[in-house]
Design a protein around this ligand. Structure first.
Ligand code: ADP
Length: 799
């Protein structure tokens, strides 16, 4: 695109919007409506809106209208002044000018970058109000349900002031309660909760059973975390049906295999490869001829036809199971990638370092890890429908958001969401001092230095927040600190409310809090404790000190941690302790050489070492972006197909199209039913259910098929064909027949099924809907580099 350079420049240049925003905000002076009565204030609000109930605009914006005011807002500064005054009256907070700028940019559909503690909740709520006053329904998307409830309550009085209805969605609501809340003006909810409702609404056979009502705008908190880090996490709706066979004996077998001899692990820790010796070992132990099997080998090198035959194109089940079991055994580590809790494997969310309650791994990996831990293997079920968070966000005509670290994600936000970033200056300039990294040769030397450092700093009375890479590391560190005489709180994030409490108290003098990543931890650390009782004492000591143990895979995550110090102009400082053995350095710097002489304690003070660490992080950032782009290509196609199905589904739900078609194709049956005096409405609903049943099961089959070809497609990569093109070709071919064959089947069913006053009796033909459904998030396998499937690495085995 010719304008690429331009968008790039705009996406990362904060200055242009800021000048205009400041001018608009300047006219929205804090006392502009101070004298107005409540009623007058509401009148002012109404008069700032050009035309209530406008149609939401969508699509790409032109360069020219980038700074144009929202077409439905006549007077942006008056609107801001009204919002500001309303917040002051109802919430006892006087929004700062910078918050008003944030609100303005949100109303323009930007992602705003505001540092921690700048008051993003209020900023976002004022924007939600501004949108709702225009007659648009707003979803305020929070990081978790706890925050959705908290913010709805906290900001509620301001919405009430304008007569706007609002509420929060959470997991414990009934369908009726959800339906009621979704119909309100402003709805708070966690992204996964909102997504699960999208999926569940996809199963209904009566339009009035839908719980959701479409929203016009999404205001997304922690926007980078949701739209970038979790973008490709699929939300899944599954129904009861036996899952994949567990690895069983293979688990034990794999435990006895030796690294280097039977298999080796790739440098980037993403893949395990079976050696010839390893394959021979498995064959001998299991008493099978060939792990690879001849027909499967053919498929990997053979023609497209071989793959299209379906099942045969997949490598042998045993091979897949061995591979998956090796992954589970050697690449997934307990307390790093998952924990075992109450007899279950609970995944740890890679980007947040916390337990991801609803997540599962794909492709039998979950079962393999359960087998490895000797736990009951759970049923994966049949996938009825799924949607990625990126596709979910794409459903909103207008999107905006806020986060502490947007600039570093601006490329992704541009590329995947067509969103711009606006940087909002802090209310009071930051005084945080960020020290240069301290890089050590080994992790052991680094850890020793970290402990010494924390002990030393504690003597000064500065509170410390220590960021680690994973749960295991945080627990080891806490133990080592205890030995060194330092008591600390460890954030294990099992309960968001308790967590908020720990964080709120983390600013007390001399306190040490060890945590995994800070993204989405929704409370800020106040110096001197939540009540700020010992504020001055802590300021005197230098404010909050952040210690990073190892750099994260993106600078954005580092900055989320750093950003906890120095809020609202508080003093504060940060330093990262890195070792050359850290993942970021080992993976990002794989194959590169670094020559530098360490000091006695292992410290590498050379400037080039610091540059090398930065370089390694940029490499890992690039890898993640590549993975995102590739994986999205697969998901985009599925999303487009899903949209088509959805449209058709909607038509069947809201019209008599099903009856029209089916009665036309079996006139005799239709006449017979009518002659029996069955009501027209019942007949239409029966026809609808027949059509929807076959459409839904065709879609579910299609998803399973796509999964299969996505796996086998990797095998074809060796034949030097472009996997994504191949995937497109095959999935489009399969999709073309989907609707038609579903209709065919529906016509057959219609002719056979018994229909009476109670409707169609599908179960009489053995056509069962799943008796139970449940939802979960798939943790797209963090290890595979390509299409997100563990089977990807099998391609390598055939070299
Ligand atoms: P963020 O999400 O940006 O880190 P929060 O929305 O959690 O920040 O707000 C941080 C703190 O600042 C909260 O305790 C809030 O009450 C306070 N706050 C926000 N805006 C204002 C304001 N205009 N005046 C006074 N306090 C404010």
């Amino acid at each position: 695109m010719a304008f690429d350079w331009f968008w790039k420049a705009m996406g990362s240049s904060p200055t242009k919007n800021q000048k205009k925003s400041r001018a608009v905000v300047a006219q929205a002076g804090a006392d502009r409506f101070a004298q107005a009565t409540d009623e007058e204030l509401r009148d002012h609000a109404r008069s700032t809106i050009a035309n209530a109930w406008p149609k939401a605009s969508s699509g790409q914006r032109d360069a020219e209208d980038f700074d144009a005011p929202q077409p439905s807002v006549k007077d942006a500064s008056a609107l801001l002044a009204v919002l500001r005054e309303a917040a002051r009256r109802t919430l006892s907070m006087s929004p700062f000018d910078v918050q008003m700028q944030g609100t303005l940019r949100l109303l323009h559909g930007d992602v705003v970058e505001m540092a921690t503690g700048e008051g993003k909740t209020l900023t976002g709520a004022m924007a939600a109000c501004g949108y709702a006053l225009q007659g648009k329904r707003v979803h305020v998307i929070t990081v978790n349900s706890y925050l959705a409830g908290r913010d709805d309550k906290w900001m509620g009085p301001m919405f009430d002031f304008f007569g706007l209805t609002h509420g929060a969605i959470h997991e414990d609501l009934t369908s009726e309660e959800r339906r009621d809340i979704y119909n309100r003006d402003i709805v708070f909810g966690a992204i996964n909760e909102l997504g699960f409702d999208v999926l569940r609404d996809q199963l209904i056979t009566r339009n009035e059973d839908a719980v959701r009502a479409d929203a016009d705008v999404a205001v997304i908190d922690e926007a980078d975390s949701v739209m970038v880090d979790e973008a490709l996490v699929p939300l899944v709706l599954a129904g009861s049906e036996p899952g994949p066979a567990p690895a069983g004996r293979i688990t034990d077998l794999v435990k006895s295999m030796e690294e280097g001899e039977h298999f080796h692990v790739s440098d980037d820790q993403r893949n395990v490869f079976l050696t010839d010796k390893g394959a021979a070992f498995v064959e001998k132990e299991l008493g099978i001829d060939s792990l690879y099997g001849t027909s499967e080998l053919d498929a990997t090198t053979g023609s497209a036809a071989a793959v299209e035959q379906g099942a045969e194109a997949k490598p042998g089940d045993t091979l897949v199971q061995v591979n998956v079991a090796l992954h589970a055994e050697h690449l997934l580590t307990r307390d790093v990638h998952y924990i075992v809790r109450e007899g279950k494997v609970a995944l740890i969310d890679g980007s947040r370092g916390r337990v991801a309650d609803l997540q599962r791994w794909p492709d039998g990996l979950q079962a393999a890890v359960e087998a490895k831990e000797g736990l009951a293997v759970t049923d994966g079920g049949r996938i009825l429908d799924q949607i990625t968070i990126q596709a979910l966000v794409g459903m909103y005509p207008e999107v905006c958001g806020m986060t502490g670290t947007a600039i570093a994600a601006s490329d992704q936000l541009r590329q995947f969401y067509d969103l711009f970033v606006s940087v909002i200056e802090p209310n009071v300039p930051t005084k945080r001092f960020d020290e240069a990294d301290r890089v050590y040769v080994s992790a052991e030397e680094r850890n020793r230095a970290v402990i010494e450092h924390i002990v030393e700093v504690q003597r000064t009375g500065q509170p410390q927040l220590v960021g680690t890479q994973d749960v295991a590391e945080s627990e080891e560190l806490a133990e080592a600190l205890a030995e060194a005489g330092v008591d600390c709180n460890v954030l294990n994030a099992k309960n968001h409310e308790a967590e908020a409490g720990v964080i709120a108290e983390a600013g007390r003098p001399g306190s040490v809090t060890v945590s995994t990543q800070m993204a989405g931890r929704g409370t800020d650390i106040k110096l001197g404790g939540a009540d700020e009782a010992e504020h001055d004492q802590v300021v005197e000591a230098g404010g909050l000190h952040v210690v990073g143990v190892g750099r994260y895979r993106s600078a954005r995550l580092d900055n989320q941690l750093r950003g906890r110090a120095g809020r609202q102009g508080d003093p504060g400082s940060s330093v990262f302790f890195v070792s050359l053995e850290d993942d970021v350095v080992a993976i990002g710097g794989a194959g590169e050489e670094l020559q530098a002489k360490p000091e006695e304690d292992g410290l590498l003070p050379q400037k080039k070492v610091l540059q090398f660490v930065d370089h390694c992080q940029r490499v890992t950032e690039g890898q993640m972006l590549d993975i995102h782009a590739t994986t999205w290509k697969y998901n985009k196609l599925i999303k487009d197909q899903r949209d088509i199905i959805n449209e058709r589904r909607q038509k069947l739900l809201t019209t008599d199209a099903a009856w029209e078609d089916l009665s036309y194709h079996d006139v005799d049956k239709a006449n017979e039913l009518k002659n029996r005096g069955i009501e027209q409405a019942v007949l239409e609903q029966a026809a609808r259910e027949v059509m929807l049943f076959h459409l839904d099961s065709a879609w579910s089959d299609h998803l399973a098929y796509l999964d299969d070809i996505r796996e086998s497609i990797h095998l074809r990569a060796i034949a030097r064909e472009s996997p994504i093109d191949e995937f497109h070709r095959m999935s489009i071919a399969a999709f073309k027949d989907l609707a038609e064959s579903a209709v065919e089947k529906a016509r057959e069913t219609f002719s056979e099924v018994e229909i009476d006053e109670d409707g169609a009796h599908l179960e009489g033909l053995g056509l069962h809907k799943p008796s139970a459904t449940w939802t979960y998030m798939v943790n797209d396998n963090p290890l595979s580099s390509g299409g997100g499937s563990v089977v990807g690495s099998i391609a390598q085995m055939f070299r």
